[in-house]
Design a protein around this ligand. Structure first.
Ligand code: UDP
Ligand code: MG
Length: 318
């Protein structure tokens, strides 16, 4: 069983503060797993992806790669976003190992469930093992509530995703190769992975605070990520606008009957406020509809260009 070559992929954006601790803890974990015979120590690697950081993250990665046979690093030419950085790491890792674990650089996810993930892969033949947060008590109230609302909305819109799972997961090399076949540019990995359909399971953990540094996901990025997630996977919003249009037509018909009735019975003093209100309300609905349709057209525009997701500037792979 000690044949699993494990690659741990860590996307990093301005993580010079967190990376030293993260590296130390992940290296220790790898050593322990190799000693326990869970992974093949000589072929297992830590793969750091520098997502165009502006601080000293890359020089630090170079030093770490120089200092250990088990450390590899990728440097993206520009900041391409968490999902693209992760994809860059996964694509490279699929050619290097048997099982690939992705984890954030701040170690908010509990690394001690990684051995369980590997056991599920090796013993139960699971191709995907999702890391699921047991609770979100360490997140701020706003982050917790907004994330819950987002997961519920996704489910209602018919998107298959694992509740409270972010991007902490193990995938077999063949699952990652399959993932690479999903060639869309608007990446929302936690929505795509369940679509692969291979055998999967979950492991549960408590989410910790960031080890160091600040969140690289400010509110604006989070909102963009949520909009991407919804519009990349569901056309229900467009259908909802269509249904809303039908409802408005029905209301307009009732108003027409009301208007004709008033006309023929001689009550022709029309209310200005209701008129203005209708104009604004209907105008608002039209704009809303246009906005949603525009969101999808924007997606098509980005997809048809088939641009590369990221450009690798330097590669240290052993
Ligand atoms: N990250 C990245 N590129 C970005 C933003 C973030 O590679 O443009 C990485 C970041 O370094 C971290 C992970 O994505 O390893 C998750 O970010 P963070 O922990 O800041 O997000 P949060 O946990 O606050 O949602
Ligand atoms: Mg984090």
């Amino acid at each position: 069983m000690a044949t699993t070559a494990l690659i741990i992929v860590v996307p990093c954006y301005n993580e010079e503060e967190a990376l030293p601790t993260t590296h130390q803890r992940l290296s220790e974990l790898m050593r322990q797993m190799a000693a326990d015979g869970l992974i093949d120590g000589s072929r297992s690697r830590l793969l750091y992806v520098d997502d165009g950081s502006r601080d000293g993250t890359w020089p630090l990665m170079e030093r770490l790669a120089d200092g250990g046979q088990h450390v590899c690093a990728l440097k993206l030419a520009a900041n391409s976003g968490h999902q693209n950085a992760l994809m860059a790491g996964l694509e490279t890792a699929a050619a290097m190992g048997d099982a690939i674990v992705s984890i954030d650089a701040d170690l908010q996810d509990d690394i001690h469930v990684i051995p369980d993930m590997v056991r599920h892969y090796a013993d139960d033949c699971c191709d995907v093992v999702y890391g699921v947060r047991r609770d979100r008590s360490t997140d701020t109230w706003f982050k917790r509530k907004s994330a819950q609302a987002f997961y519920h909305l996704m489910r209602r819109l018919g998107v298959k995703s694992v509740y409270n799972h972010a991007d902490f997961r193990l995938m077999s090399a063949r699952a990652v190769q399959q993932l690479c076949e999903y060639r869309e540019r608007n990446l929302f990995l936690r929505g795509i992975v369940p679509l692969i359909g291979y055998r999967s399971t979950c492991v549960y953990y408590d989410r910790a605070e960031r080890t160091a540094g600040v969140s690289k996901y400010p509110l604006a990025k989070m909102v963009n990520f949520a909009i991407d997630g919804i519009t990349s996977f569901s056309i229900k919003p467009v259908r909802m606008v269509f249904s809303l249009g039908l409802v408005f037509m029905a209301i307009a018909l009732i108003i027409l009957i009301y208007v004709l009735y008033n006309h023929f019975t001689g009550h022709t003093a029309w209310g200005w406020s209701s008129l203005i209100l209708s104009i604004w309300f209907v105008g608002g609905c039209i704009l809303l509809g246009l906005g949603i349709v525009g969101e999808y057209i924007g997606k098509i525009y980005i997809e048809v260009k088939h641009r590369p997701r990221y450009n690798v500037e330097r590669r240290i792979v052993k």
